[in-house]
Design a protein. Structure first.
Length: 59
């Protein structure tokens, strides 16, 4: 059960990052560096969720 809770927690954080990315894209002068970092964080969360789903150990 703890794994499912962790996946849900990561999923919520993933959604928050997606909203932040969308908000940054909407800004007239979006910050490319910030977008890159947000996308990197979002990808890390996605990888962690996939690792938990497949039962692989985390790095």
């Amino acid at each position: 059960m703890a794994v499912e809770a962790r996946i849900r927690e990561l999923g919520v954080r993933h959604q928050i990052l997606e909203r932040e990315i969308q908000d940054e894209h909407r800004r007239p002068a979006s910050d490319a560096t910030r977008l890159k970092e947000l996308k990197r964080q979002k990808l890390r969360l996605k990888e962690q969720m996939e690792q938990l789903r497949t039962g692989r150990s985390l790095h």
